[in-house]
Ligand binder design. Structure first.
Ligand code: GLU
Length: 280
């Protein structure tokens, strides 16, 4: 089977050296296998995405010497796909509306120090999961804002035990209980990163998902969603996170460290590639 990898940045800031590492990593994995490398723009969050950042992504990657298959898939052009996927989960009774506000969630978390925690903080305790269908329908009909959450216990019962395979970690058991009832859509963003990413990876025939270790936990959620929707299972390679000289991870806030700033300061592309750990 042909190896297909992808780099999937969100256009909510300039790319930094950590992104360069991730993009070069994905492109090399494809090249080493004689496969294909794709670029996907993950811009479902309209409030944070900017077209100038998207343009910047193309410029920076091209300057780094990367080439990708066209056309680039831009997620905001495919919201109907994600709605369709969500509709399938809804039709199977795996999703419920959650009316909790941020304040409710904060207060709930403060009250429940002993409650289960995931890598991103306290897990949702399921307040809205216990509402009657009639109450939920009435509140939705009245125009109250809600998010759609995955009923994780029900989802796990449906899929049975699952694993994913990471090139470094090997076969890893999926732990639904560490994920909680994740949000799959919100009032302001009609899909979630989780749903859009698994849909697109399957649709685009991605066989090897390469991304930072910081997203390892998301892979547990992704395997469950893939299994529920009958999508193909890619292999994973969660790579290390590049850090600066003081051991800090690169972040979008470090303006001086953007690829664009390096380019404009006259640094040659090969030197930046080498700094990212990929000297030709
Ligand atoms: N869009 C995500 C990000 O910029 C990465 C998605 C992925 O590689 O799965 O963090």
């Amino acid at each position: 089977m042909e190896t297909v990898t992808r780099f999937a940045p969100s256009p909510s800031g300039r790319l930094h050296l950590g992104h360069a590492y991730s993009a070069l990593f994905a492109a090399k994995a494809a090249r080493d296998a004689g496969g294909r490398f794709l670029l996907r723009i993950e811009d479902i969050d309209k409030g944070r995405s900017r077209s100038e950042y998207e343009t910047g992504i193309y410029e920076d990657l091209a300057w780094l010497g990367l080439r990708w298959d066209e056309p680039v898939r831009r997620q905001s052009d495919h919201m109907a796909d994600y709605r369709h996927a969500l509709g399938r989960l809804e039709a199977e009774g795996l999703v419920y509306p959650c009316f909790c506000t941020r304040k409710d969630l904060r207060e709930e978390a403060a009250r429940s120090i002993a409650a289960p925690h995931g890598p991103d903080g306290p897990l949702y305790l399921g307040t809205c999961r216990h509402r009657s269908a009639a109450e939920a329908a009435e509140r939705v009909a009245s125009g109250e804002a809600f998010a759609l959450r995955l009923d994780m216990a029900r989802a796990a019962a449906r899929t049975g035990p699952l694993t994913f395979t990471d090139r470094v970690l090997g076969k890893t058991a999926v732990e639904p209980e560490s994920c909680g009832d994740v949000v799959l859509a919100r009032k302001d963003i009609a899909t979630s990163y989780h749903l859009a990413v698994i849909w697109d990876d399957a649709l685009q025939g991605v066989t090897l998902v390469t991304r930072g270790m910081d997203l390892l936990h998301a892979t547990h959620i992704h395997r469950i969603l893939q299994a529920l929707l009958g999508l193909s299972e890619p292999e994973y390679h969660h790579h290390r996170l590049l850090t600066d000289d003081s051991g800090r991870r690169f972040a979008k806030r470090d303006r001086a460290e953007t690829i664009r700033a390096m380019r404009e300061a006259g640094q040659p592309a090969h030197a930046v590639r080498a700094r990212a750990g990929f000297p030709d």
